[in-house]
Design a protein around this ligand. Structure first.
Ligand code: M6R
Length: 614
């Protein structure tokens, strides 16, 4: 969480930084700030509580002329979201300014030591401790700023991506990373830094992604040099990022979330293209084919993920167990990492993450690798930390997801998992050839089916308005659609702040049915599958207790059209792909309920898109 951005070169830094901060706001938005070195060599530091728009208003009329600067948009970890805790932070003397994304776990010990050396603090943040530590190290060692950063960081436990500038030095930014992302954009005699390369794609496509424990001095007009914390040189690996700027704009939609929901027919095509041959309906995933032996010999597959990616993984479990007959476990990465899990050398661990930066998932990967398992990544963000930390993997290629509530990443993840399960099933000989080709063909038909569901957006909007009164919702599904129910509930709660609980439909009678009354709407995914009749019975049980039912049903299902209070009809496909279709009305419903309640859909309270802290 937190977004950091910086520039050094020949252009005006402030507009570049502000634009970058707007694009990084998905990473946190409770305060923002910039530090710029003016012509007189002094650092001008401006920051305030609120969003980047508030910072821009605060900056109006101020002298922002500078060709070097750093900026930050915050998601609070230590200290309340207020002006004082906003970044950048000055060191005690005002000589250094620093921005930080991450958490310094041993900040209390370091702070006490600095207090004993006469330091005082203006904020409650761990980041101010870091900038003072760097200043203290530089003063006591009489060394360069880069050396001071390296020495200071050797004393730090935790996660960080930092950038530091120094009064009187308008040509250099020192940047470093450990467990938090940091991309360096390379221009002509100029450099950009950012937590997310996409935020600075207007200026360059050439990027270097700092690795853990690396530090660099980026200096105007000088070649890039990267070192480790002990000053030994590291390889400078320049990568090209292909992305169009329009992917980062709202494209006429009022919110990124709505745009991303509507993009799904295209994003799924992008995900499938080149992987499912439309003529032969054969699947090619080089990440699997190049590592066949791991999947052929796999004793078990373990998914590690968080949030929406964890829900998609539950669908992956069904797919792989059904099609590949390999036992599967799905783990919350945050639990897996602290549980001393049993990992065998023939386990394949699949890490699933949209951002590719989720701290818990990264830690789970580390544990799996150390135990000797083969680790496969399913990520969206190209070049992200998880993509680089895994042994192999498949990108979902759904384009930048900016709305905090994940939508197109979920459908992309399930699509990749389906291709993965089909291919592994084929390699292992566990999937029937006719079924393999049927599902592969159904993948190709998904974009059209989703287009059909999206046409129902006005109907879902109307329905959603009826339910803005509710304080609680239950979401029910079975089989492949139980994770869809979990995901629908998560969408609703995170953007509308209405409590919602996802459950396997048959679990209702084991307790939750006690909650049912006329005030508690139940959303049921009741499409025609092998548990349909059972789900219909569950609906009857709820209706018998006065509950209101909103059902996602198959097109033409007259039985439920008459039994449920409200229905949304969706086209059918093979059962294992139904979650990709049935989630669409649930995404739309969450969106429209949140909008009716006046919520900030793209930036819901307390959340951030990329969870780079524990
Ligand atoms: O980037 P990741 O997929 O690793 O993120 C995992 C979760 O933080 C994320 O899915 C979160 O739950 C979303 N806000 C859900 O909409």
């Amino acid at each position: 969480m937190c977004g950091i951005v910086g520039y050094v070169g020949h252009r005006q830094a402030y507009p570049i930084i502000i634009k970058g901060l707007h694009r990084l706001e998905y990473r946190g938005y409770d305060s923002a700030g910039v530090a710029l070195i003016g012509k007189d060599g002094q650092i001008g530091l401006y920051k305030c509580k609120g969003k980047v728009d508030d910072l821009e208003r605060f900056m109006a009329g101020k002298d922002a002329e500078s060709t070097i600067g750093i900026g930050h948009t915050r998601w609070a970890t230590h200290g309340a979201p207020n002006d004082a805790n906003a970044h950048p932070h000055f060191s005690q003397s005002g000589r250094l300014a620093l921005i930080h994304n991450g958490i310094i776990e041993n900040f209390r010990v370091l702070k006490d030591a600095l207090i004993s050396h006469g330091y005082t603090f203006r904020s409650s943040t761990d980041s101010e401790v870091l900038v003072n530590l760097i200043e203290y190290v530089q003063d006591t060692n009489e060394c360069t700023l880069e050396e001071a950063v390296r020495i200071a960081l050797r004393q730090v436990v935790g996660a960080y991506a930092i950038a530091v500038i120094k009064r009187g030095d308008p040509d250099r930014i020192i940047a470093a990373r450990q467990s938090s992302p940091m991309a360096i954009g390379i221009g002509e005699g100029e450099y950009f830094i950012s937590s997310d390369a996409a935020s600075i794609i207007d200026y360059t496509q050439k990027f270097v992604y700092l690795k853990d424990g690396e530090v660099t001095t980026i200096e105007k007009g000088k070649p890039l040099q990267i070192k480790n914390l002990y000053g030994e040189p590291s390889k400078v690996d320049i990568q090209k990022l292909e992305m169009s700027i329009s992917q980062l704009e709202k494209g006429g939609f009022p919110h990124f979330m709505l745009k991303e929901i509507h993009e799904q027919p295209d994003t799924l095509m992008d995900c499938i293209r080149g992987r499912v041959n439309p003529d032969t309906r054969e699947i090619v995933l080089s990440g699997v084919l190049d590592n066949k032996e791991h999947f052929l010999q796999a004793g078990r597959i373990i998914f590690v993920a968080c949030g929406t990616s964890w829900h998609a993984s539950l669908i992956g479990e069904h797919l792989i167990e059904n099609l590949c007959r390999i036992p599967v476990e799905v783990e919350y990465a945050s639990e897996f990492r602290y549980r001393n899990p049993i990992i065998r050398k023939d386990d394949v661990v699949i890490a699933v993450s949209q951002s590719g930066e989720t701290a818990d998932t990264l830690a789970a990967i580390d544990i799996a690798k150390r135990a000797g398992a083969f680790v496969y990544g399913i990520c969206n963000v190209v070049g992200s930390s998880i993509a680089r930390a895994t042994d192999s993997g498949t990108y979902i290629h759904v384009g930048p997801e900016i709305g905090v509530a994940s939508t197109k990443a979920f459908t992309g993840q399930v699509t990749v998992m389906t291709m993965l399960a089909l291919l592994i099933g084929k390699l292992r000989g566990t999937v029937d050839s006719a079924f393999y080709h049927e599902v592969a063909g159904a993948l190709l038909d998904l974009p059209e089916a989703i287009r059909k569901v999206l046409k129902k957006a006005p109907e879902v909007e109307k329905l959603s308005r009826i339910f803005t009164y509710a304080h609680n919702f239950i979401y029910l599904g079975r089989g492949y659609n139980y994770p869809t129910a979990l995901e629908g509930a998560l969408k609703l709660k995170e953007i509308s702040y209405i409590h919602a609980e996802g459950l396997p439909a048959a679990e209702m009678k084991h307790g939750p049915i006690a909650l049912i009354d006329a005030e508690m709407p139940t959303v049921v995914i009741a499409t025609l599958d092998h548990t349909y009749e059972k789900t219909v019975s569950n609906i009857e049980e709820i209706k018998a207790r006065g509950g209101k039912i909103i059902a996602v049903i198959s097109e033409g299902d007259t039985q439920l059209r008459h039994r449920a209070d409200y229905t949304i009809e969706v086209p059918g496909t093979v059962e294992c792909l139904m979650p990709i279709i049935s989630i669409i009305p649930l995404q739309l419903m969450a969106y429209y309920i949140a909008v009716s309640k006046g919520r900030n859909v793209d930036q819901p309270r307390n959340l951030a898109k990329s969870v780079t802290v524990e």
